[in-house]
Write a protein that binds this ligand. Structure first.
Ligand code: ZN
Ligand code: ZN
Ligand code: ZN
Length: 649
């Protein structure tokens, strides 16, 4: 990174300040974007991204129809053209694969003319537009003969539409695709130069499922998007061209991504699209805000209120991506010396955001305690004050008056001690007398119950009923790359492991392929306790449970799953990334838990209450969710029926 470009802060003329801000910002962005990004995929001259269908870093795949060159939206899925071609005659997947009846479409991928040395672009029959026309004029004889005697042509200028890049073939300077488009709208001959220019400026290049184009966007937005996408691309998840396209379509004339309306960008599609777009938009904005601080030379750690998106801190041990939302306000800590020590600790040790918030809480309690007993002067502090603070932290209660868990209070104590030790070690507490420091023997609040015991999360009543109707559990339709029988088997396995182990839903859905271990005939389940950040825990399980898991493992090997989900025992059929802790919830909601009407309302009420796995109980037994999911699938069925009827008439 080069030195930040200093911002002009001259005069009181706000408009002028804005203009020079934008100019500097654009200059900074263009200096910090990587021209060599994603070679083979990113074409900087056309501002066009074409995803590599074989790359794990791009969320685009080949259509599963043999011989189809078009990209598909999901792994093992079909392109829209093949999907339609299969649905219309209603043939089954396997039958269609044996004899695909795809409608021929103009290739989206570019190619060259087969006439040796011809500079023309592939149009059809292997020939460029001009050669194909010449061949037809000549009577359309054998192609080989025509090719053998044809003379190569020089390639023409590209189409006028920004980012199109295809060969110009019409008199108005358009490619075949855009020429046809214009013709469908009006008679090109009757158009004035100005009208044509306005039409061209509004047009977008023709792109396929695995592409996105930044051409045609305002220059600043284009550079902001490119810079932020490049920054985001440094780590997973894979780049999804469709998401970028949706995002672009929702920017709606914004002059800068930094000032785009989050409401308009994140809330204008269906739920499923919004959540993905929200994640993408927030992340891109985070990168841009961080870049903005670099560009303007602002210190994100200055002042008492820090913006989380600028700090690049992970939320916690199991959420390994930077947090984006909210602020951290050091203002409530009244004692200036303690506030400065805490800020220095946060800045230099880079804790998880969760840890930082806990340390803030502990320091707030400490500050309140000292102020309350008249110890605001740091020079007056002694060992007794430290004990007093510890006591106050141990006695912390929630807003409803109930005590916090022992582990939470122990954690607050530990963090407060860490902050004070940091202050001592870095000579930030020279005003505070030496006896004010953590004691040798650490305070520990009463032991928690053993986390790792085999527990039972679901109430017996629910278990009895679910077991009776086990064969009905799971969605009735296919999702993504998985068919209904596979999805049902997966849901049933997840339920049975939840039932038998009492683990949290997030711990079950994040099991890896090799999660079973046998030591001296005893089966263990290896799982990650995300909540307490204890990874690879071992839980003894019964032979029956082990057999359920092993049976699914065998079934799992037969499933077609995307490379990115190979390590997971329960691959998500819709997500292209490894299953997250909320996947179970998502799976159950999306799929709809059919067959759970059997649970009567009384039982559902009994399932309420703070138990581990309440989320699972909610997903499994809560009627509104089932009803909503069933309603959704019923609506889908109705829509499909309507579409079929339209096609027939
Ligand atoms: Zn296809
Ligand atoms: Zn040619
Ligand atoms: Zn064009």
């Amino acid at each position: 990174m080069t030195a930040p470009v200093s911002r002009l802060l001259v005069g009181t003329d706000a408009d002028q300040g804005l203009v020079s801000d934008d100019a500097n910002w654009l200059q900074w962005l263009s200096a910090h974007t990587d021209a060599g990004w994603r070679p083979g995929e990113w074409d900087g001259s056309l501002w066009l991204f074409t995803g590599d269908l074989d790359s794990d870093r791009t969320a685009a795949w080949r259509c599963r129809t043999p011989g189809c060159p078009t990209a598909a939206r999901g792994f093992n899925g079909r392109c829209s053209s093949c999907r339609r071609a299969r649905a219309a005659p209603g043939v089954c997947e396997e039958e269609f694969d044996r004899a695909p009846r795809r409608r021929p479409t103009r290739p989206v991928a570019r190619g060259g003319c087969v006439v040796p040395d011809c500079g023309g672009e592939l149009h059809c029959r292997g020939l460029c537009f001009r050669h194909e026309r010449a061949w037809r004029k000549a009577g359309g004889g054998p192609l080989e003969e025509f090719i053998a005697q044809a003379r190569p042509l020089i390639g023409t200028e590209p189409c006028l539409v920004a980012g199109c890049g295809r060969e110009r073939v019409t008199r108005r300077g358009l490619c075949r695709f855009h020429g046809n488009r214009l013709q469908r709208r009006c008679n090109p001959a009757s158009m004035s130069h100005e009208e044509l220019a306005a039409w061209v400026a509004d047009e977008k290049p023709r792109i396929s499922a695995h592409q996105f184009s930044l051409a045609g966007l305002p220059e600043l937005v284009r550079f902001e998007l490119l810079y932020a996408l490049q920054q985001r691309d440094e780590a997973p998840p894979p780049l999804d061209p469709l998401q970028v396209r949706i995002l672009i379509s929702r920017l709606d004339g914004a002059s800068s991504l930094r000032h785009a309306d989050p409401e308009a960008v994140c809330e204008s599609g269906g739920v499923q699209y919004n959540s993905a777009i929200k994640g993408l938009f927030r992340d891109l904005r985070r990168h841009l805000e961080r870049a903005w601080t670099q560009c303007t030379g602002t210190d994100p750690y200055a002042g008492n209120v820090w913006r989380v998106e600028l700090l690049d801190l992970q939320s916690n041990g199991s959420r390994r991506w930077p947090a984006t939302k909210g602020t951290i306000d050091f203002g409530p800590i009244e004692l200036p010396w303690l506030r400065e020590v805490l800020k220095d600790w946060a800045r230099n040790t880079r804790p998880y955001l969760q840890g930082l918030r806990q340390a803030l809480r502990a320091c707030h309690v400490a500050s309140q305690t000292l102020v309350a007993c008249g110890r605001a002067d740091p020079a007056s502090l002694g060992a007794g004050d430290f004990v007093r603070i510890e006591q106050a932290i141990v006695e912390q209660r929630r807003t409803d008056g109930s005590p916090h868990s022992a582990s939470h209070r122990t954690q607050l104590l530990r963090l407060f001690c860490a902050v004070v030790e940091h202050g001592r070690a870095n000579a930030l507490m020279t005003d505070v007398p030496d006896p004010f420091r953590p004691p040798q023997r650490r305070h520990r609040v009463i032991e928690d119950a053993n986390e790792e015991q085999l527990g039972r999360a679901l109430p017996d009543m629910v278990i009895r009923q679910l077991d009776q109707h086990l064969d009905l559990l799971g969605p009735a339709g296919r999702h993504g790359s998985m068919g209904a029988p596979d999805l049902q088997a997966m849901h049933q396995t997840i339920y049975q492991i939840l039932r038998d182990t009492g683990r949290r839903p997030g711990e079950i859905v994040s099991l890896k392929i090799g999660c079973l271990e046998v030591i001296d005939g005893q089966h263990n389940l290896i799982y990650d306790n995300h909540k307490a950040a204890r990874l690879r825990r071992r839980l003894p399980i019964t032979t029956d449970t082990a057999e359920i898991i092993a049976a699914w493992q065998r079934h799992r090997t037969q499933l077609p799953t995307a490379p990115a989900t190979r390590q997971w025992l329960f691959p998500s059929p819709l997500l292209r990334f490894p299953a997250g802790p909320r996947s179970l919830d998502r799976l159950l909601r999306r799929g709809g838990v059919s067959g759970l009407d059997a649970l009567d309302s009384q039982d559902r009420r009994r399932t309420a209450g703070p138990r581990r796995g309440t989320a699972a109980v909610r997903s499994l037994a809560d009627h509104p969710i089932c009803a909503a999911a069933q309603l959704r699938s019923a609506t889908r069925r109705r829509r499909r029926a309507r579409r079929c009827a339209q096609r027939v008439t």
